[in-house]
Design a protein around this ligand. Structure first.
Ligand code: IMP
Ligand code: MG
Length: 182
């Protein structure tokens, strides 16, 4: 397979992603069997991961999407703006947030707060990639994690740089020359 010339190194191959989705799907099936959870994907990055993951979830689920943009103002708590909200009530429902990558944890923290305010029965997170070294707040520990990676800027399989590279079938480190001196 040809590797995009802007990629320094492939960290997670397509085969690794598929295998991990199969593993996570089985665990999620066991954990949520009979609960009919709502999987809420965070647009846009979570789309390829969600599409792959749900192939391996063998119980009833519903799908929703939310699009939030995070702004870090003067306070370190982070403020999110809901660009597109979900279309259903989450009251008394089990929610599984589907995320592409967790870095600072600020976006997820706000989305979890929002869903708990709306009285969800439970809120858990599945993320394809975790960068725990990037955390700016404590307490953000996703229940289901695909791969833990070092604090490097990666793209592919939903992850973008300026909206590009989401379509790569693997996750790789972006060459510094692509975003430096721009
Ligand atoms: P945070 O956890 O609030 O910092 O936000 C995570 C979001 O930041 C992800 O959903 C991505 O959109 C973006 N992000 C964080 N790290 C990376 C990366 O390495 N590559 C591409 N996007 C990233
Ligand atoms: Mg993003």
């Amino acid at each position: 397979m040809n590797i995009n010339p802007c990629i320094e190194e492939v960290l997670i191959t397509h085969e690794m992603i598929q295998k991990k989705c199969e593993e996570l799907g089985k665990i999620i099936t066991e954990d949520y069997n009979g609960k009919v959870p709502i999987l809420i994907g965070l647009l846009k990055g979570a789309v390829p991961f969600m599409a792959e993951l749900i192939k391996y979830i063998d119980c009833d689920i519903e799908l929703e999407f939310i699009d939030v943009s995070s702004y870090e103002g003067v306070s370190s708590t982070g403020v999110i703006k809901i660009v597109r909200d979900i279309n259903c009530s989450v009251e008394d429902r089990h929610i599984l947030l589907v995320d592409d990558i967790i870095d600072t944890g600020l976006t997820l923290n706000e989305v979890i707060k929002l869903l708990k305010d709306r009285k969800a029965a439970s809120v858990e997170t599945v993320t394809l990639v975790d960068k725990p070294e990037g955390r700016k707040i404590g307490g953000i520990n996703p229940k289901y994690i695909g791969y833990t990676i070092p604090n490097k800027f990666v793209v592919g399989f939903g992850l973008d740089y300026n909206e590009l590279y989401r379509n790569l079938p693997y996750i790789g480190v972006l060459k510094r020359s692509v975003y430096e001196n721009k």
